[in-house]
Design a protein around this ligand. Structure first.
Ligand SMILES: C[S@@+](CC[C@H](N)C(=O)[O-])C[C@H]1O[C@@H](n2cnc3c(N)ncnc32)[C@H](O)[C@@H]1O
Ligand SMILES: CC(C)=CCC/C(C)=C/COP(=O)(O)OP(=O)(O)O
Ligand SMILES: [Mg+2]
Length: 301
């Protein structure tokens, strides 16, 4: 049964999951593909890492490898330690993103655009004690994130919804800060930043950690094209980020090239039993300079 609603530009179908009362139909066929992609995703590299402490991420890691913690490669416990180390680096990435949100109080609301299984949302709530609202196209992910929030007893403050990040139900100026953690390569950046700009309070903070192609290289390299094909995404250039932010009242306060900090994660991951086959493309594109891992923090002015 289809029900047409006027509150968003989406057609709404009868509920098929607990993630929300209604599951909005995707705004475009592409978004339908992405919803299906994440509904069916169950790569061990993500589940096994999340099982370490219950924070489930769909982003990559940064920081130096703790070789002491890893120990001897011949040790029977080595693979378990390697998984814990990769997970530590992924959580360190989310910590760096949260470090750039500015001063957040318990009464504030944060918006996680493209929240995945909710790992960053949980970390944000644990750090700031505030409300965190996430949106994802995937009902499976939203259910997973909400289930984790219930298990942690924080479901009154942390909530994931099935919703298009380009057309959210949040009130204008409602959010003290908002972010995209490796989720901006699925959308048009002008549309994305227009929506963040609407939802953010004036003086609020927007942060993204993303992979972008480097205009200094010229055009997207074959490695970047391989990453796009692997994830069905559309990696933007660094220039596009700057231009789309400037056009939407988002003024960069910090632009940090995290590429050197993410390479150790990839080189370690490439040695693990959990490889997915995309490791070479990340390593080669980071090394040949065609691709960069960046954090951009911007003020909503
Ligand atoms: C690589 S995952 C990142 C998940 C999460 N940010 C994290 O760090 O674990 C990409 C996420 O973007 C979401 N996404 C992609 N396009 C979207 C859209 N138009 N609206 C809402 N979510 C979207 C996907 O559903 C998925 O949850
Ligand atoms: C930096 C770029 C270009 C990211 C693309 C978006 C993406 C798929 C991120 C990681 O998700 P994941 O954690 O599900 O991927 P994997 O299974 O490879 O760990
Ligand atoms: Mg992963």
């Amino acid at each position: 049964m289809d029900i047409f609603v006027t509150s968003t530009d989406l057609t709404v179908t009868a509920p098929t999951s607990a993630a929300s009362a209604f599951i909005p139909s995707p705004a475009t066929p592409y978004q339908g593909d992405i919803a299906r992609y994440w509904d069916h995703e169950a790569r061990p590299v993500n589940l096994r890492l999340g099982d370490v402490d219950g924070l489930y991420h769909h982003h990559y890691g940064i920081g130096d490898i703790d070789h002491e913690a890893l120990g001897d490669t011949e040790d029977s416990a080595y693979e378990k330690k390697l998984i814990a180390e990769l997970h530590r680096l992924e959580s360190a990435q989310a910590d760096v993103l949260l470090n750039h949100l500015g001063s957040i109080g318990r009464d504030d609301t944060l918006v996680d655009a493209g929240c995945g299984r909710g790992g960053s949302m949980v970390m944000a709530h644990q750090r700031f004690g505030c409300r965190v609202e996430g949106v994802t196209l995937s009902a499976k992910q939203a259910d997973f994130a909400n289930q984790r929030a219930r298990e942690l007893g924080i479901d009154d403050s942390v909530r994931a919804r099935v919703c298009n990040m380009l057309s959210t139900p949040f009130e204008t100026g409602q959010a003290a800060a908002s972010w995209n953690n490796e989720s901006s390569m699925y959308v048009d950046l002008h549309d994305l930043f227009a929506e963040h700009s609407r939802v953010l309070a004036v003086g609020g903070r927007y942060v993204t950690i993303t992979g972008c192609w480097n205009p200094r290289y010229g055009q997207p390299s074959k490695w970047v094209s391989q990453i796009n094909a692997h994830f069905e995404c559309n990696i933007h250039s660094r220039r596009e980020y700057m231009r789309a932010m400037a056009d939407n009242r988002l003024v960069p306060q910090a632009v940090i090239d995290l590429t050197p900090q993410t390479l150790p994660y990839w080189e370690l991951r490439a040695t693990s039993s959990l490889v997915t086959g995309i490791e070479e493309a990340f390593i080669n594109s980071y090394k040949d300079g065609s691709f960069q891992y960046v954090l951009i923090a911007a003020d909503r002015v």
